[in-house]
Design a protein around this ligand. Sequence first.
Ligand SMILES: NC(=O)c1ccc[n+]([C@@H]2O[C@H](COP(=O)([O-])OP(=O)(O)OC[C@H]3O[C@@H](n4cnc5c(N)ncnc54)[C@H](O)[C@@H]3O)[C@@H](O)[C@H]2O)c1
Length: 261
Amino acid sequence: MNKNKSLKNKVAIITGSSGLLGQQFCKILLKNGVIVIGIDKVIKNKINHENIFYKKIDITNELVVKKFVSSVVKKFGHIDILVNNAASKSSKTKEFFRDYESYNYSTWKEIMSVNLDAVFLLTKYVGKDMVRKKINGKIIQIASIYGLIGPDQKLYENGKYKGIKMSSPAVYSASKAAVIGLTKYLATYWGSKGIRVNAITPGGIDGGQNSTFRKKYSKRVPLGRMADKNEIEGALLYLVSDDSSYVTGQNIIIDGGFSSW
Ligand SMILES: NC(=O)c1ccc[n+]([C@@H]2O[C@H](COP(=O)([O-])OP(=O)(O)OC[C@H]3O[C@@H](n4cnc5c(N)ncnc54)[C@H](O)[C@@H]3O)[C@@H](O)[C@H]2O)c1
């Protein structure tokens, strides 16, 4: 990917920066001259670079988010880019994968609070500052194919994630579909302010699943494999740069063709 000059010294917040995709997103933006503030509830997998700043925060707490955004604005003057990438598999992963009929409402709310409510909180406070400062901001939300189509339940028989029996729970689909809806809403809401809001929808990324799942899933994909973690960042770079200056309210699907048949 060529360096994008329009991004030099832009200020970006990336949520879920310690995770599989979060790290990739931080790296590609740093490579293009962006000043990155990575936030996560657990800070790990840190990148050694002079332009990255990490902050351990829980993005589901409104007061914490409000204070964090104003501290970034105080330090850097304004925010150009927001990447809402964090998602939760619950503090108890086994609970996240529970059957629908026995799904606990507390788990449902826990997942919604990260996957959807935190997106509201971050866009509210970051967007408010972008509007006030007349910044042509770029907001990118990371959704999922399961926000577009229902999961093929057969893929999950004998599937394991980090050793735990896995499924694709309804709360995940519901939260990601809502993120796509919110993206379209905000694109029209802030369009006249020059703020562009888009989503990226990845398909299954290789990482943590057992070989039974990986094989079954790969058979279901026209390209015959899961995505590599570095195959999503090109879309992010496009959406945050001036190359996409007339693109808003869109959802770039990167799924190897999974949703095409
Ligand atoms: N990995 C995949 O196969 C895949 C497929 C489609 C979509 N996605 C989406 O891509 C995004 C990134 O996925 P990933 O695989 O890198 O996930 P990940 O689990 O590796 O990373 C998510 C990060 O979010 C952080 N987080 C969770 N709750 C938080 C909170 N309350 N406050 C702050 N940080 C919090 C976690 O600590 C974690 O580091 C997610 O939105 C996910 O739904 C992933």
